[in-house]
Design a protein around this ligand. Structure first.
Ligand SMILES: [Zn+2]
Length: 455
């Protein structure tokens, strides 16, 4: 038992190194669990996962297994192993450092950070390594590229196609992993950005506004955040939506969010099929849509998950202030709630047409708890019509494909040793992903309760 080997009052470093190197052992054999490896194939009962120096060395059946030398055996019989989770839409930079251990304790071992300002690239990268993982691995966009005037002061504003290409070059020089465009990028700017990014083998993702989802697919966008641009593509009269995006961010977002309820399901299905054919990956962030639709509900503040969030952060989130800035009323929230079933319908059609969905959350924006939100996202994906296995894939393998990283998202030989040991079956109920017995990050076996006890 991992927990049982702990005594009180340990310092964080030794907690994190727990089980890593004892008596010259450099390997760990996790023996007896049911393995859900992330490929989508059948689960392997009574499995052995052998890990050494941060990598998965082998995966197989327990029968006939011989414990190799220099390897510690950990009994995980009666438990389940899944790949480490990937939050495909995160904003870590503003919440450094408090969010890092939260992600890890909730089994999120990798993040795709989709905007934290230009300086965030070096902030996120220059973390001390060597003492064991104290946070998730990070892939980051740095600053978003937006039209003028930019929605956020720390985005890169571009005016014209040459400017747009230069913005991509600047981000590439700074070491970005992906290019994110924002709501004021129109189709000609998007085409220039995609073309320039292609020269560096980088995918472009969009929170769309002025460009609808099908126009973005035609321009060669790799992925779409929040299902943005979908109503604009499905609507028979998108001009009022586009006009709202021109007026500003909040008018555009509010109109977008309200518009789903009035869309025709056949039109939404057609857009879903075309996006699937174009191999555009969708990061729906259902947990964001769901949270915004309930933002005025006083019960939201009593969510036990908020215990993970420091007081100071809760004050900074300033939910009443956000509602005031956005100008949202109860009529808007009701409309947001009416839109939710249509968003789910779109996702079902997209998944049904073979479209790839990646799980992302928008944490740590207002009321989106780092780490925990990823589990809520999987739950909402299942509620939208995905199977638990598909929801797990969205949070693991599909997010790795989105990142373009072959070594993540699977429990298989040669892959990075990021995985979770669960005490309940996630395939019988997706909410069981929260029953985390242990987290393995980069080959280090960590105890979630101990990470919690240390923050
Ligand atoms: Zn975001």
């Amino acid at each position: 038992m991992i927990r049982g080997s702990l005594s009180g009052g340990l310092v964080l470093t030794s907690l994190l190194l727990l089980g890593c190197k004892t008596a010259g052992n450099d390997g760990i054999a996790l023996v007896g669990a049911t393995l859900i490896d992330g490929t989508g194939g059948p689960a392997l009962t009574n499995s052995v996962v052998l890990v050494r120096r941060g990598r998965i060395e082998s995966v197989g059946e327990r029968s006939g297994f011989q414990l190799p030398r220099n390897t510690r055996e950990v009994d995980v019989a009666g438990r389940w192993i899944i790949p480490g989770l990937i939050d495909a839409h995160a904003h870590l930079a503003p919440s450094l450092p408090w969010a890092r251990p939260r992600y890890l304790a909730w089994g999120v071992t990798t993040l795709r950070d989709v905007h934290g300002g230009f300086g965030s690239l070096s902030v996120l990268r220059n973390r001390p390594v060597g003492a064991g993982p104290d946070g998730p691995r990070i892939y980051a966009a740095g600053a978003m590229i937006d039209g003028l005037p930019t929605t956020y002061p720390d985005a890169i504003g571009v005016n014209g196609e040459n400017d747009a290409r230069r913005a991509v070059d600047r981000l590439v020089t700074a070491g970005t992993d992906l290019i994110k465009v924002y709501t004021r990028i129109d189709a000609p700017l998007l085409r220039a950005i995609v073309d320039e990014a292609k020269a560096f083998n980088l995918g472009v993702t969009g929170h769309l506004g002025l460009t609808d989802a099908l126009a973005a697919a035609k321009a060669g966008i790799a992925s779409i955040e929040h299902m943005s641009g979908v109503p604009e593509a499905a609507s028979k009269s998108p001009s009022s939506l586009i006009a709202a995006h021109y007026r500003g961010f909040y008018p555009g977002w509010t109109a977008f969010q309200r518009s789903w309820a009035a869309l025709d399901s056949a039109d939404l299905t057609r857009v879903a099929q075309r996006l699937a054919e174009a191999k555009v990956i969708v990061i729906p962030t259902l947990v964001l849509h769901e949270t915004l639709s309930r933002l005025s509900d006083p019960g939201l503040m009593r969510d036990p998950a908020l215990q993970d969030v420091p007081e100071q952060q809760l004050r900074e989130w300033d939910v009443p202030g956000m509602i005031e800035r956005a100008g949202w009323t109860e009529v808007d929230f009701e409309a947001f709630r009416r839109s939710r079933p249509m968003q789910d319908l779109f996702l079902r059609a997209f998944a049904g047409a073979g479209g790839r969905i990646a799980a992302g959350t928008d944490a740590s924006n207002q009321m989106l708890v780092p780490g925990y939100s990823e589990h809520r996202e999987m739950e909402l994906l299942v509620r939208a019509g995905l199977t638990p296995r598909e929801a797990l894939r969205a949070a693991t393998r599909n997010a790795a494909v989105l990142l373009g990283v072959d070594s993540l998202g699977l429990v298989a030989p040669g892959k990075v040793a990021d995985l979770l040991v669960l005490s309940r079956d996630p395939l019988s109920d997706i909410r069981n992903t929260r029953a985390i017995h242990a987290v393995m990050a980069r080959g280090h076996l960590l105890d979630a309760d101990s990470i919690r006890a240390a923050w």
